[in-house]
Design a protein around this ligand. Structure first.
Ligand SMILES: Nc1ncnc2c1ncn2[C@@H]1O[C@H](COP(=O)(O)OP(=O)(O)OP(=O)(O)O)[C@@H](O)[C@H]1O
Ligand SMILES: [Mg+2]
Length: 144
């Protein structure tokens, strides 16, 4: 199996360290590069954002997110001796992730079984379920 490019979906929830560790191990084993992807959700319509001057708030949020993702990049690079990149996308997480996979066609995408909601009695979170069903590339689902 050729494994050169691995997209890792990061939502900064409790499962994220486990997702990163799994992806890091695989990347090391296969000499692959990882790309840490986070989707920033815009929870309010554009017009409301403008009216409330939420642009400034989103800019700040993006700034903080870029920083947090960069810290994870440094961490995974140091821990596994691999190369990592970061990518921030906007929109609805599942749609943004799927579009990105269609566009970049990595060899593998890694998601957590759950995320921020983390309801364990259901099998998968909605993002991981949709990615698993619709991804054009192989999907690895990391469990707690
Ligand atoms: N905004 C996001 N950006 C990048 N990856 C995400 C994002 N949201 C979720 N993911 C990925 O999907 C995995 C599962 O999260 P998901 O959102 O499906 O579960 P949940 O938050 O527990 O439930 P819900 O379906 O209510 O959102 C996460 O571990 C992460 O890998
Ligand atoms: Mg979620």
């Amino acid at each position: 199996m050729e494994l050169k490019q691995i997209v890792v979906c990061v939502d900064f929830s409790a499962i994220t360290p486990k997702v990163l560790d799994w992806a890091g191990e695989e990347a090391k084993r296969f000499g692959a590069k990882v790309e840490l992807v986070h989707v920033l959700e815009e929870t309010m319509p554009r017009l409301a954002q403008e009216m409330l001057d939420l642009h400034t708030l989103y800019d700040k949020l993006k700034e903080v997110t870029v920083k947090k993702l960069d810290e994870l990049k440094e961490e995974i690079e140091g821990k596994f001796g691999i190369e990592a990149e970061t990518k921030i996308l906007n929109g609805e997480p599942f749609d943004a992730i799927l579009d990105y996979l269609e566009e970049t066609k990595p060899d593998l995408v890694v998601v957590g079984a759950h995320g921020k909601k983390g309801v364990r009695r259901i099998l998968l979170g909605s993002v991981s379920e949709k990615v698993a069903r619709k991804s054009p590339v192989n999907v690895a689902i990391v469990k707690y």
